[in-house]
Design a protein around this ligand. Structure first.
Ligand SMILES: [Zn+2]
Ligand SMILES: [Zn+2]
Length: 179
């Protein structure tokens, strides 16, 4: 199966400046190159469909890629742990260079006849995933004592007193006046 992230660009680069609009939907990580993230982190399923819509503009020695990338993500609410999901939409504007200096982290490599858009797509998505999502802005979370979901029910738990205050209470009791 052809890799949709590989776009032939020999013609585009030879005729610089020129442009090519590309739009496709492809699995986020069909080759399973990326390890799944931790259970508490937001993630995109390897097979999830990513929508890529970019304009590739050639210049002498490279390509500029501008446009939008959309991907469905899932995670868990940081307060109450229910599953949450959404669609991430990221604007990108990056450069691919035929000759890069070692250690260049600002650009992506441009192949001779084709450009591989996969690294750009992965980076854009992974950098923008919500780090600590909420199921809703005013999620009440779980009671730390009994674990009840405060969005659905209430409990009578009283936070334990600070042990230092508990000691003062005891002292006061022992020295009660009127003896
Ligand atoms: Zn929640
Ligand atoms: Zn409780």
């Amino acid at each position: 199966m052809a890799n949709p992230y590989l776009v032939p660009v020999a013609h585009l680069v030879r005729r610089a400046p020129a442009h090519l609009d590309v739009a496709f939907e492809a699995p986020f990580d069909a080759a399973h190159e990326f390890a799944p993230r931790g259970p508490a982190e937001s993630d995109v399923e390897a097979e999830a469909g990513v929508r890529v819509s970019l304009r590739l503009e050639s210049f002498s020695g490279g390509l500029r890629a501008r446009g939008r990338i959309e991907a469905p993500w899932h995670g868990i609410c940081r307060r109450c742990s229910v599953p949450v999901s959404g669609v991430l939409s990221v604007g990108v504007d990056e450069r691919f260079l035929a000759e890069r200096v070692a250690g260049d982290e600002e650009t992506y490599p441009l192949g001779e006849d084709e450009v591989d858009l996969a690294p750009l797509v992965h980076d854009a998505i992974l950098l923008e995933l919500p780090l600590a999502p909420l199921c809703r802005d005013d999620c009440q979370g779980l009671c730390p004592l009994c674990g009840i979901d405060r969005n659905e029910a209430s409990c009578d738990c009283v936070a334990p007193l600070d042990p230092r205050w508990a000691m003062l209470d005891a002292l006061r009791f022992d020295e009660s006046p009127g003896e």
